[in-house]
Design a protein around this ligand. Structure first.
Ligand SMILES: Cc1cc2nc3c(=O)[nH]c(=O)nc-3n(C[C@H](O)[C@H](O)[C@H](O)COP(=O)(O)OP(=O)(O)OC[C@H]3O[C@@H](n4cnc5c(N)ncnc54)[C@H](O)[C@@H]3O)c2cc1C
Length: 481
């Protein structure tokens, strides 16, 4: 690597210095290098960050293995008799690691060096408002981009810190399936991992201080949690963990909810109760950069209090997604390379939770849309009325479309098989300020689940069905017919 051989060069003055080689930082570095801007990227650990090494990639690979196990169990409904699957967890682990290895070259030092990015493998910290130090280099850049990601929060539960707990950084290293996995946190990460481990044969208990998937539409979240309970996951909602400790063979959690106190025992515990931006060791204060409870304080242009420094991705404290990190990167590149102000617009960012059924949404939820616009129309269509869903025996789910004046699409939520793929069309509609009439023109191949959204829109445009008394009759027939 260049920095190891050129020991005499201690001062660097690139156009852009990026701290963190995860989804956000790599996107900035690649984009800047493509436009010929001199870039230094500092990464203290593995290139690719959380998404590649401890997040999206291994979790989706594990979910894929679990889906195969589940399909074997469910095969009898299709007339295919297979029985209980045999899980070789070492091979599951090997599958997960091989998926990481297959993608890793895209994020490698070699690839980025070939693009013209200078990589420094070291921990970065600010020396003053204009200078960062890393690996013996002193870097004064025109602009700095902090993209240091986030880490699992350790909840302040007495006894928890002393346990050999798991986080997303250690979970995918396991070569043996936990016998009984206790998960603190019923958000996307907690529930995705709960279902994957359950389907691979573990006993799973999830505990959350609030409702499960509390950031999602309650109706949609309920459909997912009903399925998880149906698959044998124990889920304690609105439950506090008061203390934790070690048993002879595992761990215990002392819990309390509206029905009183109880003890939960398992073999190991996974923490998934929130994440905070990685700021420790950066010495942000000396650079005049303010922090919040979630990470670094930024404005809508992702600028920190130090006008030379941007913060993007998870560390900026907003929604934590890889595509958000990529979007942030495109925003700051616009600002840094072309000096064009680029504001973040969260209303066009899709969200996806990869449980089965999946939940995906974009734009405003119903409550937020009513708050901002007053009257809105809510269009719905169930999976059970879609022919492809029937053929796949995947009839659980629905789409909810929130439409404003003139049929402008304000928000869409989908729960059901393939929701994360189906939301793409709606993201485009919302990002381009389009309305229901644009979706009316979509011709979806038959039979596909994309038709579910189109059917909801056609129902909206069918004049008779828009009359209140006809709607009441349809509702009556749906419920009692
Ligand atoms: C289990 C799990 C599953 C997920 N699944 C999905 C999913 O399906 N879809 C999705 O969109 N998102 C998913 N996410 C979220 C996604 O992983 C993150 O939003 C994304 O990785 C954020 O990218 P980032 O670049 O901001 O941070 P990161 O990818 O974490 O990169 C930050 C990098 O900065 C480095 N760094 C930190 N401090 C320093 C320092 N001082 N000096 C030098 N380097 C430093 C770190 O080593 C790291 O490599 C998941 C997350 C988890 C935990």
């Amino acid at each position: 690597m260049a920095e190891e051989t050129e020991t005499t060069i201690k001062n660097l003055s690139p156009d852009i210095c990026v701290i963190g080689g995860g989804s956000a930082g790599l996107s900035v570095a690649a984009g800047a290098a493509a436009f010929g801007a001199p870039v230094v990227l500092i990464e203290r650990d593995r290139m690719g960050g959380d998404c590649l090494n401890h997040g999206c990639v291994p979790s989706k690979a594990l979910i894929a293995a679990a889906r195969h196990a589940h399909a074997v169990r469910e095969a009898a409904a299709f007339g295919v008799i297979a029985g209980e699957p045999v899980i070789d967890f070492e091979k599951v682990h090997a599958h997960v690691q091989s998926v990481i290895a297959a993608i890793a070259p895209n994020d490698s030092v070699e690839r980025f060096t070939a693009m013209g990015v200078r990589i420094i493998k070291a921990e970065a910290r600010f020396l003053d408002a204009d200078t960062v130090e890393a690996g013996g280099f002193s870097i004064r850049a025109r602009r700095f981009v902090i993209a240091t990601g986030s880490s699992t929060i350790l909840p302040p539960i007495p006894g928890l810190a002393e346990l050999d707990y798991l986080t997303n950084e250690s979970l995918f290293d396991l070569k043996r399936l936990p016998e009984h996995l206790l998960i603190i946190g019923a958000g996307p990460v907690g529930l995705e991992m709960a279902q994957a481990h359950r389907r691979l044969g573990a006993k799973v208990t999830v505990i959350d201080v609030r409702e499960a998937l509390s950031g999602e539409d309650t109706e949609l979240a309920r459909i997912v949690t009903d399925r998880l309970r149906g698959e044998g996951i124990t889920l304690f909602e609105n439950t506090h963990v008061l203390a934790a400790g070690q048993t002879a063979h595992g761990v215990w959690l002392q819990c309390e909810n509206g029905r009183g106190a109880h003890m939960v025992e398992g073999s190991t515990v996974l923490l998934a109760a929130g994440r905070r931006g990685n700021t420790a060791g950066l010495d942000l204060a000396v650079a005049g950069i303010r922090e919040t409870a979630r990470g670094i304080a930024v404005d809508r242009r992702l600028r920190t209090d130090n006008r030379r420094v941007y913060a993007i991705g998870d560390v900026a404290g907003g929604p934590q997604f890889t595509h958000m990190a990529g979007y942030h990167a495109s925003r700051v590149l616009r600002e840094i390379l072309f000096r064009l102000p680029a504001r973040e617009n969260r209303d066009i960012i899709p969200r996806a939770i990869f449980t089965d059924p999946e939940i995906a949404s974009v734009g405003l939820c119903e409550d937020e849309a009513r708050r901002r616009f007053g009257h809105v129309d809510v269009l719905r269509w169930p999976y059970s009325e879609n022919d492809r869903a029937q053929a796949e025996r995947a009839t659980t789910g629905l789409i909810k479309i929130i439409a404003g004046r003139g049929g402008r699409v304000l928000g869409v939520s989908i729960v059901g098989t393939g929701a994360a793929e189906m939301i793409n069309m709606w993201q485009m509609v919302i990002a381009n300020g389009q309305g229901l009439r644009h979706v009316r023109n979509v011709i979806a191949p038959y039979p596909t689940m994309t038709e579910i959204g189109k059917r909801a829109v056609i129902a909206y445009y069918t004049p008779m069905t828009r009359k209140p008394f006809v709607r009441a009759i349809i509702r009556f027939l749906r419920r009692f017919g």
